[in-house]
Write a protein that binds this ligand. Structure first.
Ligand code: GLY
Length: 349
């Protein structure tokens, strides 16, 4: 299955299949024909997976970075670009990100800034990476002040979503990815009952189709792309608080699942939707096995403070919310109402 992201001269294909990784050499030959070397950015454990048999047909270097969110720091970025320079990777060579959303975000940002930009191929190996992080060209690292606060838009020349890599995925990673799948399913108006007849591969294709169509219309998030941040205002606050405590306490997709359950309650508090939409959300999250509860040790006041510092907050609280006409970005939401709705949400648990 091939899904295209249509961005004029910077258009590219997302290939989804078992064995999609074996397209690497052809992809580079077609899209980056002057390349003589590739730098594959991955983690130590992924480099030892049975499917890590990548063949670019060029001089190939494997650069190891830390696992998970701890990869997304300015220090790791500095070390990575120093390694690219030490390898004398040239302007016509290629960076290949192989890993989950954190590694592809880091590899993408390194490709965006090294020599003011080199070609990038993303091979996302996690569900979150395949359905969201690796396509669309957003790349970034985190700051103490919040997630993804330093980054760049840098579109890949191709994305290879190899289903083989999902077979070695730990259960927690799989569930985390389903948080982003739930976001797409809910944005598409899907119900829990239909999920029973939908395979994981179909869910991945649905998510990639949605994202590719939105990015094709609004690459730089001037409008519609912001809908892909559904559930993310609270999710980013939860992740920010969790990162300050323990880097692995809450994964992105886990936080998104909580953020989705909260966003629909906030929409109901604002009388944009009724109980049936809240039920639709809860049933979809439950059918996907997602636990959408705000942990007790994340106080409402701390989360409100963290939401205010989200880069999408525009100095007041901004949420993507469901409404009678579909989903909208709603700005200037009263903090007290958000706090009260959060407390009520906790009270349900
Ligand atoms: N993850 C949301 C976006 O790429 O726009």
């Amino acid at each position: 299955m091939i899904i295209s992201v249509d961005l004029g001269q910077r258009s590219y294909d997302v290939a989804l299949d078992h064995g999609a990784r074996h397209r690497l050499s052809n992809l580079i030959g077609d899209r980056s024909p002057r390349a003589q070397a590739v730098a594959i950015v991955t983690s130590d454990s992924l480099a030892r997976m049975p499917w890590f048999d990548l063949e670019s047909g060029l001089a190939q270097h494997v650069l190891i970075v830390p696992e998970g969110e701890s990869a997304k720091t300015l220090n790791t970025l500095e070390s990575l670009v120093e390694q690219l320079a030490a390898l004398e990777l040239s302007r016509s060579d290629v960076v290949v990100g192989v890993g989950g959303g954190a590694i592809t975000d880091l590899a993408g940002f390194a490709a965006a800034v090294y020599l003011r930009g080199v070609d990038l191929v993303q091979i996302p190996t996690s569900l979150v990476g395949q359905v969201d992080a690796a396509l669309g060209g957003k790349t970034a690292v985190n700051l103490q002040a919040g997630k993804n606060l330093v980054g760049a838009f840098h579109q890949p020349i191709g994305v290879l979503c190899d289903y083989d890599t999902l077979e070695t995925l730990p259960e927690r990673e799989r569930l985390g990815g389903l948080g982003e799948v739930a976001k797409c399913w809910l944005l598409e108006g899907g119900y829990a009952a239909e999920l029973a007849q939908t395979s994981l591969h179909d869910l991945i294709v649905m998510s990639v189709r949605l994202k590719a169509s939105i990015v094709s219309l609004d690459e730089r998030e001037g409008g519609r792309r912001a809908l892909l941040n559904y559930g993310h205002t609270l999710a980013h606050a939860l992740e920010k608080v969790s990162l300050a405590r323990d880097v692995d306490e809450m994964r992105h997709g886990e936080a998104v699942a909580i953020g989705l359950a909260f966003a629909i309650r906030l929409a109901r508090s604002l009388e944009r939707v009724g109980d049936s939409e809240v039920e639709r959300h809860d049933e979809v999250l439950e059918a996907l096995g997602l636990r959408a509860k705000v942990p007790r040790h994340y106080p409402t006041s701390t989360l409100l403070e963290a939401m205010g510092h989200d880069k999408k907050a525009h100095h007041d609280l901004t949420f993507v919310l469901a409404g009678a006409e579909g989903f909208d970005v709603v700005r200037g939401i009263d903090r007290d109402l958000v706090g009260r709705t959060l407390d009520e949400f906790r009270g349900e648990q």
